[in-house]
Write a protein that binds this ligand. Structure first.
Ligand code: SF4
Length: 393
């Protein structure tokens, strides 16, 4: 999909047939009904004013089932690079020559600092992300459990994790005992497109991991990356795969092509195409937390506020795994300007929120917290902050 979309004829402005159709569908979803795959596909074909009727429906469904507040979530790249898998979008795969830092699992103290930085951003969770094929019992698992306990000990921040494939049915319960709340494992794309993205493991390996976690009572977070050469039908298929798995959170990433990967020359998804996809996911999964994640800055650009109008109920805040996110204060301003809030009613607000909104304090990062108050409160706030917040070892 390219900007050829701009040449597609728009519906005649007086033709209200799409508005009437999506209005009826919205009503059905609000009453507990479901949309069909064909209806979801029609949403992705909307053009012109019809697109705004789609957003209005998705926004209403979001508000009905998720309320006005949005959630923020942060991650730490707790182990970077040298992954044995060959996911074509990923700069951390050992199969590609991408210029990313390589380091082993960071310490529990480092995870605590990231959890504190996440809390200072107003995030409700910190995801510990480690790039490897999966967990086996032994020292690696013991070390991971240690890091989960460290994050779980920070009040007000959920300990989440994304640690790759799991095939040992006993491991999810051990993660949960250590304090894990949510496990992220993305399906990435549709079943039929998956083979074009990754060959070192199967779609069913991923589905099985999610099922094991769910059986153990761990909350699941699974979504995809859009703009990897998939068709609109692939996006519909993914929305329904995730619905069938009853995931608690759906993270939606947009491909931000990384140097050295097979997808480095891919075109960015046009922003309105990305937003229609968000709206379709909301209509198919009305009660699920839908979180915009990697690539939102480069793909949506000035249209970022529309992610919530299109049905997203959460967003990543801070940096991503191998690329920088935007300043948290900009996200806070955006959410406030939309007359929304990033803290649930009654939840403690981040300390120094007013100072951060006014630009008197710099970004809350683990690096700033590690350095202590001097840099946070000093006159050094214009220094450039590291893109990656984890230390490179
Ligand atoms: S996406 Fe995950 S599993 Fe795939 S190469 Fe990257 S780190 Fe490894």
């Amino acid at each position: 999909m390219t900007h050829d979309k701009l040449t597609v004829p728009r519906p005649e402005a007086h033709d209200l047939s799409f508005r009437d159709w999506i209005g009826g569908l919205c009503q059905r979803v609000l009453e507990g009904g479901a949309v069909s795959p064909d209806e979801a596909a029609r949403m992705l074909d909307a053009t012109g004013a019809d697109t705004w009727d789609l957003f209005a429906a998705a926004n209403r469904v979001r508000e009905a089932f998720q309320g006005l507040d949005v959630h923020l979530c942060s991650i730490v790249n707790a182990k970077s690079g040298l992954c044995s898998e060959d996911c074509g979008f990923c700069s951390q795969s050992a199969h590609f020559a991408s210029p990313v830092p390589e380091y082993k699992l960071v310490s529990a103290d480092e995870c605590t600092r990231h959890a504190e930085a996440a809390k200072a951003r107003g995030s409700q969770a910190l995801g510990i992300v480690a790039a490897w094929r999966g967990l086996k019992k032994g020292k690696v698992l013991d070390d991971v459990l240690d890091r989960i306990r460290a994050v779980a000990a920070v009040e007000g921040v959920n300990a989440d994790a994304s640690l790759g494939l799991i095939d040992d049915p006993e491991i999810p319960a051990l993660l949960k005992q250590a304090g894990l709340v949510t496990y992220n494992h993305n399906l990435e794309t549709s079943r039929s497109h998956f083979g074009s993205v990754c060959t070192s493991h199967s779609y069913d390996d991923r589905v099985q991991t999610l099922k094991l976690l769910k059986q153990a009572g761990v909350s699941t977070c699974s979504g995809g990356i859009f703009g990897m050469g998939e068709t609109r039908q692939d996006r519909v298929d993914l929305a329904f795969e995730l619905k069938a798995l009853d995931t608690d959170v759906i993270p939606m990433n947009f491909l931000n092509p990384m140097e050295g990967t097979p997808m480095e020359d891919s075109a960015l998804l046009p922003p309105m195409e990305a937003l229609r996809t968000v709206a379709m996911f909301r209509m198919v999964n009305p009660r699920t937390e839908i979180m915009l994640a990697g690539g939102r800055e480069v793909v949506l650009r000035d249209l970022q506020p529309l992610m919530f109008a299109a049905g997203a109920s959460a967003s990543m805040a801070g940096h991503y795994l191998t690329s920088g996110g935007r300043e948290t204060a900009s996200d806070w301003h955006m959410i406030r300007d939309l007359e929304m809030d990033y803290r649930p009613e009654g939840a403690e607000r981040p300390p120094s929120e007013i100072d951060r909104l006014a630009g008197r304090l710099p970004e809350p990062t683990a690096a700033n917290i590690r350095a202590g108050g001097a840099q946070v409160h000093g006159g050094n706030r214009n220094r450039s902050l590291p893109v990656l917040s984890a230390p490179v070892k």
